[in-house]
Design a protein. Structure first.
Ligand SMILES: [Zn+2]
Ligand SMILES: [Zn+2]
Ligand SMILES: [Zn+2]
Length: 84
């Protein structure tokens, strides 16, 4: 009998908030300049940025929502991950 137990890959499974049964999310919150938040873990996530372990500015993911382009309007989706 020489089975080797391989530890599970590093991943948040039960954090402090889990233990306290708090509403939270394990994804990374992306905060936009207009005050809205996105979640990398669940597109439908509606929790506040503070309820995520990590928060980044959308400018860090090449989102240009804070930079109105000249003649913008058509290109709104371009910076929001809706590119083809
Ligand atoms: Zn948790
Ligand atoms: Zn943005
Ligand atoms: Zn989330």
């Amino acid at each position: 009998m020489q089975g080797i137990l391989v530890p599970a890959p590093a991943r948040i499974e039960a954090c402090t908030d889990c233990e306290h049964d708090l509403e939270h999310c394990h994804g990374t919150a992306i905060t936009h300049f207009d005050g809205t938040d996105d979640c990398t873990d669940d597109p439908g996530c509606r929790l506040a940025a503070e309820q995520h372990p990590f928060t980044i500015s959308c400018s860090e993911v090449q989102c240009d929502c804070g930079i109105p382009l000249p003649g913008a309007g058509l290109a709104w989706g371009a910076g929001h991950g809706i590119s083809a």
